[in-house]
Design a protein around this ligand. Structure first.
Ligand SMILES: [Zn+2]
Length: 67
């Protein structure tokens, strides 16, 4: 299963989502890991590692898709 992380630098938060969550946008604007945006990973382990690397203060799991 694909997992998505959403890095929001402006609010210092990263959120984990499952694939097909309604919050995951169908069209992705350009994302830069250091600027923020949406990033997909082929498994949960890599997504969690990326959340750690994002270095934001808050790390959340989406309340809609409950990854
Ligand atoms: Zn979600």
């Amino acid at each position: 299963m694909i997992y998505w992380i959403h890095i929001a630098r402006s609010i210092d938060r990263v959120t984990l989502h499952k694939d097909r969550c309604s919050e995951v946008p169908s069209v992705h604007s350009s994302s830069d890991f250091w600027e923020g945006g949406w990033f997909d990973y082929p498994d949960k382990e890599r997504a969690l590692a990326a959340m750690e690397q994002a270095g934001t203060t808050q790390q959340r799991r989406c309340t809609l898709c409950k990854p």
